[in-house]
Write a protein that binds this ligand. Sequence first.
Ligand SMILES: Cc1cc2nc3c(=O)[nH]c(=O)nc-3n(C[C@H](O)[C@H](O)[C@H](O)COP(=O)(O)O)c2cc1C
Length: 413
Amino acid sequence: MNKNTNTIFTHRRSLLKYLASSPLFCSAILGSLTGSLSAKDNTALLKADIERLIKTTDEAINLFDFQRVASHSIPTSHYGYLTTGVDDDVTKNSNHESYSNYYLRPRRLIDVRKIDTGIELFGEHYASPIFLSPVASQKAFHADGELATARAVRKMNFPMLLSTITSTSIEEVNAALGRPAIYQLYPTPRWNITKQILRRVEAAGTGVVVLTVDVPISNRETFKRLVRQDDRDCSACHQGIDEDLSRKPMFRGTGMSGMADMDLMFIDWDFVKRLKDETNMKLVLKGIVTWEDAELCLKNGIDGIVVSNHGGRAEESGRGTIDSLAEIMPIIGNKIPVLIDGGVRRGTDVFKALAMGASAVGIGRPYLWGLGSFGQPGVEKVLELLQKELEITMQLAGATSIEKIQRSHIGIS
Ligand SMILES: Cc1cc2nc3c(=O)[nH]c(=O)nc-3n(C[C@H](O)[C@H](O)[C@H](O)COP(=O)(O)O)c2cc1C
């Protein structure tokens, strides 16, 4: 190749590089390529790719890629426990679908090259408003359970809530996380046991306890159906659905033995007052979905609330939590932090909840899809993808920080 030919090639390369970076050129090329296929062929190709099981975390394009892998890699009955809603799963589905009733109102001509997603929550700084909702028994989804989750979260510095029914003790989880997790509390029928757990959680350095108030009882049909599709012998590992809770790390040595079902614990505002008097930790209530209860939270000096219907695993209300948030925010305003979870699957969902006034936005099932598919790297990738989607939404909406996300950034269809 002589010098002239070389120069021509170099120019061609730069021209191609320039054209490839041009959106107009790319769409023209894609148009001509796809023009050779019928619309039906393209739909079939897309569907096939969406349904394909990814083999590595790098292949994941969005959170749903992990759901498909998890539905294969997690044992059938455990996946049933993970995916179930109640009755016909209407509320579970409504949680995500209701986000489409809100649209974005992006603002233009704002310099969004640098954005900051950091937040302050209950006196701590976090890199993102996306938090990990408390989920019980994570070793049911991957052998590393809560430790894998905590290690992933440590890298990302997101807020993490740890379930009372954790399959790993709070001390081990905190060590993996590098800071005390926010602790989710299920009450037990015996006050003495609750007191022992509070002392242990305080000793582990936790400053915030989140009392879950929404599941005294539930009808999880999808779970029951998938359990009976599982031909493994569950009793080889545990006693079945209502496993004796005394075997769980947070109950060991508390005198819990023989008590299999915490669902029996129906609590009221007297219990909340008793709990508040018992500890100096901040007290947050999880499972609030109406303005009336939100008002009572303010009256009773609660430090924060989580607008949640337990991911559609408590009552079959049929209402998505984003709609509950819409009725609660006018009552709470910015008096106490309002967190929300349920059906959050996209960065736009996170953005909409923040625009509505939420201080932080939680995910439950999605990080377990990551955990069940690939362990710690799966959780990391789920968090990275959702965070990236949030950042893109902020940039496109013209909001350079979480405080700059306003109610006027969204409208109702
Ligand atoms: C398998 C599973 C176990 C859960 N365990 C708990 C728990 O121990 N304590 C609790 O307060 N919420 C629990 N939740 C509810 C979550 O904290 C959260 O509210 C819900 O998953 C959010 O909805 P999403 O899964 O659609 O993101 C659980 C949810 C799932 C899916």
